[in-house]
Design a protein around this ligand. Structure first.
Ligand SMILES: [Zn+2]
Length: 277
C-alpha cells in the first residue's frame, strides 16, 4: 500500500538538479579591510574547500570549460577568481595545481600591474598581477578572462564607451596571454540586457554575474550566476552551497531576496561606492 505512494512521487523530487555551480572567489590570503573580509579566503581554507569538492567527485574547471561540460552528465563545479590579485599566483595556483583544477581569472585590463584602486580604504593598495604574472597563469593552463578595462559598473556607461572598453580589454588581454579571451565578468556584477548583447557582439562566448545561486539549466551564457565563497564557508558549507541546499545557504538566499532593494537603491549605492565585486 505504501510503495506506490512513495515510488512515483519521490523519483522526480530526488533527481539531481542539472544546474551548474560556479564559485566566485576574489583574493586568496591578502588582508582585506574588515567590511570586505568575505572577499579574501586564506590559502589553507581554499585548499580544504576545493579538496572537499574534488573528494565529492566534482571536476573543477574554469568557466568556459565548465559551460562546455553542461548537459554532459559530468559533475562539474566552475571556479572563478575576480580582479587578478597578485596573491592568485602565489597562493591559489599551488592549490589548483595540487588538485589539477582549472579556474578562470578575471582581470580589469587597465589595472594590470596596478592596485585594486576601486576598493575602499586599505583595499585600494592591494597589488594586482602584472602582465608577466598573468601570462604565467595562462601558461599554466588556467583561463584568463576580462573584467572590463576599468573596474566600474558598465551597464550605465554610454553604449559606445562600454563597447570600446569591452574591445579594449579583450585585445589587451589577448596580447598578454597569446590566446583568445572569451570569458567576461561584469565589474560589480551589473549586467543589463543591452550590455549582455554588447558582450556577445564583442566576441565573448560567456559572461558571469553574481547571482547567488547555482546556474540553472538554460541560463543565458552572457549572465551566468555564481556563488560567493568566503572565509566563513567551511568545506561542508561549500558542499551545501554547490548542492543548492542547507541552512548554510541562508545568507546567499537572503541576499538574493534582497536584490530588488539593491536595484532600487543601486544608483545611490554605486555613487557611494558600496559594491566592490
Ligand atoms: Zn571585481
Amino acid at each position: 500500500m505504501n510503495e506506490p505512494m512513495s515510488g512515483p512521487t519521490s523519483e522526480p523530487a530526488s533527481a539531481p538538479a542539472s544546474g551548474l555551480p560556479v564559485l566566485m572567489y576574489h583574493a586568496v590570503g591578502s588582508a582585506m579591510p574588515p567590511r570586505l573580509a568575505e572577499l579574501s579566503v586564506p590559502p589553507a581554507l581554499l585548499a580544504e574547500q576545493l579538496a572537499a569538492l574534488a573528494g565529492a567527485g566534482y571536476e573543477l574547471l574554469g568557466l568556459t570549460d565548465a559551460l562546455a561540460a553542461r548537459g554532459s552528465g559530468r559533475r562539474v563545479v566552475g571556479l572563478t577568481f575576480d580582479d587578478g590579485y597578485r596573491d592568485f599566483l602565489d597562493a591559489a595556483v599551488p592549490v589548483l595545481a595540487d588538485l589539477r583544477a582549472g579556474a578562470t581569472l578575471y582581470v580589469p585590463s587597465r589595472n594590470i600591474g596596478g592596485t585594486a584602486d576601486w576598493l575602499p580604504g586599505s583595499g585600494a593598495d592591494l597589488p594586482l598581477l602584472d602582465a608577466r604574472g598573468i601570462a604565467v597563469v595562462a601558461q599554466l593552463g588556467l583561463e584568463v578572462g576580462s573584467h572590463g578595462a576599468v573596474h566600474v559598473p558598465m551597464d550605465v556607461l554610454p553604449r559606445p564607451v562600454a563597447a570600446a572598453q569591452l574591445g579594449e580589454s579583450k585585445a589587451v588581454l589577448e596580447q598578454v596571454v597569446g590566446r583568445p579571451v572569451v570569458s567576461f565578468c561584469y565589474p560589480h556584477g551589473y549586467a543589463s540586457p543591452v550590455l549582455r548583447r554588447q558582450v556577445h557582439a564583442s566576441g565573448y562566448d560567456n559572461a558571469c554575474v553574481i547571482g547567488h545561486r547555482v546556474s540553472p539549466p538554460g541560463e543565458d551564457p552572457t549572465a551566468v550566476s555564481r556563488l560567493l565563497v568566503g572565509p566563513q564557508h567551511d568545506p561542508a558549507a561549500v558542499l551545501d552551497l554547490v548542492a543548492g541546499r542547507g541552512p548554510r545557504s541562508i545568507v546567499p538566499a537572503l541576499k538574493r531576496a534582497a536584490t530588488p532593494v539593491w536595484r532600487a537603491t543601486r544608483r545611490t549605492a554605486r555613487l557611494a561606492g558600496a559594491t566592490w565585486t
